[in-house]
Design a protein around this ligand. Structure first.
Ligand SMILES: Cc1cc2nc3c(=O)[nH]c(=O)nc-3n(C[C@H](O)[C@H](O)[C@H](O)COP(=O)(O)OP(=O)(O)OC[C@H]3O[C@@H](n4cnc5c(N)ncnc54)[C@H](O)[C@@H]3O)c2cc1C
Length: 504
């Protein structure tokens, strides 16, 4: 493998993880990104003394990131300052009820009792979640399984019932939890993959274990420090990074890709790894025909979002670091966003106030809020304009004011807002999706596209559009797994070329 050239298209977390893992295997790696900085959706906005995470703000499963460092004999902690958060989330309901999620059993039991839920139900639900996590983690996550056939080989058919395949995620939640409050909260773990609890398969109930067993983390100074830490590691590994370098074409010869064109220049490569999502890459970089693109339709985009940053001249003491303001009718919220493809009247809203734990991200005595309701990806047949999204933004602020952030508008001294149109423009994601491919029981049973191209064997994909899907730890795991696939394929390929040259 030594000396072989790999080019990675995109410096999102998936691309960075693949680049680091392949460099650790001895490949010469170059990364191109169209933007001026690395990190992709892991992005930051600094304005007037406020610092906002423009993308992810919940950091989970740090042990997956740690592997990138240990393989080079280093420690994540020396690059990225981490601390765990309490409570994990604060949840606000329209009737004034507030309930916290806390991984300490005693505190979680007290919170459950507060809303009339028997703590034993929560314990039973978390046991069920843990079993699902162990099952999904053993094969789908850690082995990087890509297809139902891989699943059948690894797990054996007899294990399929353990995936609780006949239920939706909400169906799994309802088996254990009786109150609407905790049903809504645990349903909303589907946020991690931008999908609907009423349409995702029940094994997505593995998600709470990610938090309850492995904790929820914050990076001091804001999550972008994670990209900074990975950037340092890449420099130490000698990975070349070309920023402001948009890739416009992947070239091929027969069934192989030969390199790519960025800023009008051709860069030859033995292997290409695309962190640009599968559908846009096949469409825009390879110009594949409609017939082929139709075979990818089941890999439909996850939700998009309205990403609203508000710098305030005051603090709201009732907020925790992570907050959720629930829709009065969560089923309708999911139905509107994921089936009707409309902007919801009464969305569930995620709100981050990192200033609660990190005084460096807002001026003294002030909160900086990131507000993120999940909304449908762009619908090319019925496109919405910026003014539609801005009208929706007003509904979101109205709801926050109604639910206790009194006079919020009057305290805004700085505002920034990205719609799905901006998100698509910024990251070239499919229809402005923020978590890659949707996890939907009927569309794809939560499978995403495979990591190796079905058309060109030396073209691989990494990130939220391929297995296991979106979310920071998952795309980082994907980068590690794609590197293993590249190495295995490259060895087989080198072996078969030696055989054929001996034969000729
Ligand atoms: C608002 C928001 C909130 C989120 N919250 C969380 C959270 O709290 N926790 C969590 O774990 N996850 C969260 N996520 C999801 C998480 O950010 C993503 O799943 C993950 O970062 C995606 O990484 P990626 O490698 O798949 O792709 P991306 O980050 O999208 O990276 C793709 C990169 O490829 C580049 N690119 C694309 N096409 C080209 C081209 N032709 N030429 C050159 N470069 C190109 C883009 O510029 C981009 O840098 C959130 C995402 C958003 C947007």
């Amino acid at each position: 493998m030594a000396g072989k050239q790999v080019i990675v298209v995109g410096a999102g977390l998936g691309g960075l993880s693949a680049a680091i893992s392949l460099a650790q295997e001895g490949y010469a790696v170059t990364v191109h990104d169209k933007n001026a900085q690395i990190g992709g959706k892991l992005n930051v906005l600094k304005q007037r003394g406020y610092s906002f995470d423009l993308g992810p703000s919940i950091f989970t499963l740090p042990h997956i990131f740690e592997r990138l460092f240990t393989r080079s004999g280093k420690r994540l902690a020396d690059y990225v300052p981490l601390r765990s958060l309490r409570p994990h989330w604060r949840n606000f309901f329209t009737d004034g009820t507030i309930v916290d999620l806390d991984p300490e059993p005693e505190r979680m039991a007290a919170e459950a009792r507060k809303v009339g839920e028997d703590p034993a139900n929560v314990e039973r639900f978390l046991r069920y979640s843990g079993e699902l996590y162990d099952l999904v983690n053993a094969g789908y996550f850690e082995q990087g399984l890509d297809t139902p056939a891989d699943f059948a080989r690894f797990y054996g058919l007899w294990k399929f019932p353990k995936f609780d395949l006949l239920r939706t995620m909400h169906g799994g939640v309802k088996r254990f939890l009786r109150t609407r409050y905790l049903q809504d909260v645990f349903d909303y773990f589907i946020k991690y993959v931008g999908s609907s609890a009423y349409h995702a398969p029940a094994f997505m109930n593995c998600l709470p274990t990610i938090q309850f067993r492995y904790d929820l983390w914050y990076v001091d100074g804001g999550l972008y420090q994670l990209a900074v830490g990975l950037g340092r590691l890449m420099a130490e590994l000698g990975i070349e990074v070309r920023l402001n370098s948009e890739v416009t074409e992947i070239r091929r010869q027969g069934a192989r890709v030969t390199g790519l064109v960025a800023q009008g220049q051709f860069y030859p490569a033995d292997i290409v790894v695309s962190n640009m999502e599968v559908i846009p890459a096949y469409q825009r970089l390879l110009g594949e025909d409609e017939r082929f693109l139709r075979t990818l339709e089941r890999f439909a985009p996850a939700c998009s979002g309205l990403v609203l940053e508000l710098g305030l001249d005051r603090q709201y003491p009732q907020l925790a670091h992570h907050n959720f303001f629930f829709s009065e009718h969560q089923r309708e919220h999911f139905q509107t966003v994921f089936r009707k493809g409309r902007l919801p009247d009464d969305p569930t809203i995620y709100l981050v106030a990192a200033s609660k734990t990190d005084p460096t991200v807002a001026p003294p005595g002030c909160d900086g809020l990131k507000v993120l309701p999940h909304i449908p990806p762009i619908d090319e047949a019925r496109p919405l304009g910026r003014e539609d999204y801005l009208a929706f933004k007003e509904r979101v602020v109205d709801k926050l004011e109604r639910m206790g952030l009194t006079d919020l508008r009057q305290h805004v001294v700085f505002e920034h807002c990205w719609t799905p149109l901006d998100i698509r423009e910024q990251y070239y994601s499919n229809r402005g999706a923020i978590y890659g491919v949707v996890s939907d029981r009927w569309k794809n049973l939560a499978f995403k596209a495979p990591k190796q191209s079905t058309r060109y064997p030396n073209l691989f994909f990494v990130g939220g559009s391929v297995n296991p899907g979106g979310g920071m730890p998952m795309v980082v795991l994907c980068g590690q797994n794609v590197a293993k696939q590249v190495v295995a394929w490259d060895r087989r390929d080198a072996g078969s070329q030696t055989l054929s040259s001996h034969g000729s």
